[in-house]
Structures are given as C-alpha cells and as structure tokens.
Ligand binder design. Structure first.
Ligand SMILES: NC(=O)c1ccc[n+]([C@@H]2O[C@H](COP(=O)([O-])OP(=O)(O)OC[C@H]3O[C@@H](n4cnc5c(N)ncnc54)[C@H](OP(=O)(O)O)[C@@H]3O)[C@@H](O)[C@H]2O)c1
Length: 336
C-alpha cells in the first residue's frame, strides 16, 4: 500500500510503498478514505528525529475491510472514524503512562490502510460524510473536553475563542454556540472574523490590533470563559479581559511560551486557569453524540492528495486556512 513516511525533521516527507498491515486478533483493518492534518503533525515534522520510519497522522475515516479473530465480523463494511486518543488509563483527570496519540509512536492515518485495536473504532455519525467525519477526531475531542469537562460551559456564559482560523478553534465555536453561549472570537484576519460571525459568533477582535483588549473592555466588558491554543505573549492579555472567577482553558503553544502573567490579576479575580489535552474514550463518544444531536458539521477548508503532503503542511504553517485541512486518500487511490 501507499503511505506517507516520516523519519526526521531534516528529510522531506514522501509517499512510499509499504507492506499492507494484517489485523491482530483484537484489531480491525480499515481502508482509509480520508485523513486530516493537525498542528501536532507539524510539530512532529519540525522537531523529531526518529529511530525508524513512521506513518504519521492522527485523524482518519474509512471502511472496515477485515477483522482479527476475536472481532465481530459484522463490523466488516461499516463506515468508521478512529479515536486517536489511545490508552488514556484509569483516571479521567489526566492521561496515564501508557497514553499514546495515534500517528507517533504508532503508525497513523496518512496511508491507504491502517490496522488498529477495535476499541478505538467508532461508527461514523450518520449525518456526516466520511470526509466530514475525518475532520473531527483529534481537534473536536480536545475542544469537547476543553468546553464541557474543563470550562463547564453554560448557556449563560460569554465565551472567547482565540485564533479562530485554527482547526480546533472552529470546533470550540460550533459546540459553544450549540450549548447556547454567546461566543466571540479573535483572529489575525478580518475575513476570518466575518466568516466566524456567519457561523454564529456574536463578534470578533483582531489580536494584531494593539487596542483589541481595550475594545473588549469598552464593549463587552469581560468573558466568563476563554479557550486558547496559542499561549505566547498574548496569553497575559487574556487574564486582563477575563471576568471575576472566569475559567481560562489552554491546550496549545502555537505562539510559544507565556510571559508577563501578573499574579495579582489571577488571584484578585480568582481565575481558574487550566490545561487540557485530547480526552477520554467516554469524551470521544460524547463528542460524536454531541455532533449528531446538534446536527453539527465540521468546517473543512481544503482537500489535498496524500502525495501533496508537503504542500498541505506548508499551507497549515502559512495560517491562511479556515477549518480543517483534509487528505482525500480514496481519490488518490483511484488516480494511482
Ligand atoms: N493539547 C492538545 O490535546 C491539543 C489538541 C489540538 C491542538 N493542540 C494545539 O493547539 C494549537 C492549534 O492547533 P490546530 O490544529 O487547531 O492548529 P492550526 O489549525 O494550525 O491553528 C492555527 C491558528 O492559530 C491561530 N494563531 C496563531 N498565532 C496566534 C496568536 N498569537 N494568538 C492567537 N491565535 C493565533 C491562527 O488563527 P487566525 O488565522 O485566526 O489568526 C491560526 O489560524 C496547536 O498549538 C496545537 O498543537 C493541542
């Protein structure tokens, strides 16, 4: 089968011919139709040097084509989506020592086929196409846990989602609106702010504008919940526009280390600043149900072929995208 292979940050990614996997006794073999790119993939390709070649990719959807001896054969032919948050462990508050995210260290979804333990395989929500379903797993799971488990969002909350162009940010926007909250966004792009308003955001602010937090104070006042995946120097500003006893949830580092946080702002307002990452098996199921119950569909920006992997990575790094970047593996197969 064809697969993208990654070995080291110094070697460009390429599609190669590799052995098609055979499912073990508790595993299924999925013919992947679509996969999706996450910023995690970019971090790995930018920072890691591995001992052996790896198929990257955390998000994927497809059809079960074979099962191991212990797996129910009625799964064959089912359209499925994969939970990339594997071996979480017993404590729902944090991931245990065996925890893994699909696509490093285990082979991921940027391939024609994947074998994976059946416990990570879920039926695709009926209202979504396989292409839409591939966009969900990593980012929507993270967004679900950030909003519901960590921020405990309610319909009375005024929420801020930062950097709305990002894949994960749009899931936060959709789910927070569905929960009845009033949701504002930030972006470096006026166009993206307007696109977010079209999707139901109440308003937005350009984080490149040095006056943006002043504008928040003069219009909205403050936020009850802020979800951020950038960190960096902008994070301290978020504490300034957080209201009394606000909840700030962080899950990314796109803008680097956090500086200039003022302790007095945090303790005087009694802020809760909490980190989160991915989610449990139960949260993955709850996220899929939430998408079905509210008839939500992910925002897909653009689809690439697998052999355009370096173009897709450059596109994500450019920050021009609005929504998920997808790989159409099935059309790549049909062309090959
Ligand atoms: N811990 C976890 O479980 C987990 C899970 C998912 C993602 N993440 C992390 O979360 C981050 C986002 O991931 P993603 O896949 O959604 O990435 P992405 O699609 O590449 O998101 C990039 C977006 O970040 C925004 N951004 C860049 N610099 C910013 C800044 N200084 N302030 C505010 N926003 C800024 C931009 O929004 P605009 O274009 O609107 O300006 C850009 O479009 C990454 O750091 C990723 O590693 C972590």
């Amino acid at each position: 089968m064809k697969a993208v292979l990654f070995k080291s940050k110094d070697i460009p990614l390429a599609v190669s011919e590799v052995a098609k996997p055979t499912p073990g006794k508790n595993e299924v073999l999925i013919q992947l139709h679509y996969a999706a790119l996450n910023h995690r993939d970019i971090w790995i390709w930018k920072e890691k040097v591995l001992d052996q070649e790896l198929i990257p990719g955390s998000d994927g959807s497809g059809v079960v084509v074979a099962v191991g001896e212990e797996v129910d054969t009625t799964l064959i032919g089912k359209e499925v989506v994969i939970n990339p948050s594997m071996y979480w462990g017993d404590d729902s508050r944090f991931a245990g020592e065996s925890y893994e995210i699909l696509g490093n260290p285990s082979n991921g979804t940027f391939a024609e086929y994947i074998k994976i333990d059946e416990s990570f395989v879920h039926e695709k929500p009926a209202h979504l196409s396989l292409k839409e379903a591939a966009a969900l797993p990593l980012a929507a799971l993270t967004a679900y846990r950030a909003l519901f488990t960590k921020a405990k969002i309610t319909a009375n909350d005024t929420v801020l989602v930062t950097g709305i162009g990002g894949g994960a940010a749009l899931f936060l926007l959709q789910m927070a609106i569905a929960a009845g909250a009033s949701v504002y966004v930030t972006s470096s792009s006026e166009k993206k702010i307007n696109q977010a308003i079209q999707l139901g955001a109440t308003g937005g602010f350009n984080y490149k504008d040095p006056e943006w937090t002043l504008k928040v104070k003069n219009t909205i006042g403050s936020f009850d919940v802020i979800v951020d995946s950038a960190g960096g120097d902008g994070f301290a500003l978020l504490t300034e526009i957080a209201g009394q006893a606000a909840r700030i949830v962080l899950f990314g580092r796109t803008a680097g280390d956090i500086n200039h946080l003022k302790p007095s702002v945090i303790f005087n307002k009694q802020l809760s600043i909490t980190g989160t990452m991915m989610g449990t098996h139960e949260e993955f199921k709850a996220m899929l149900s939430y998408y079905s119950e509210h008839n939500l569909k992910p925002v897909v920006d653009k689809a690439f072929q697998l052999n355009e992997i370096n173009d897709a990575a450059a596109y994500m790094k450019s920050g021009e995208h609005f929504g998920k970047i997808i790989f159409s593996i099935i059309s790549f197969q049909n062309k090959a």
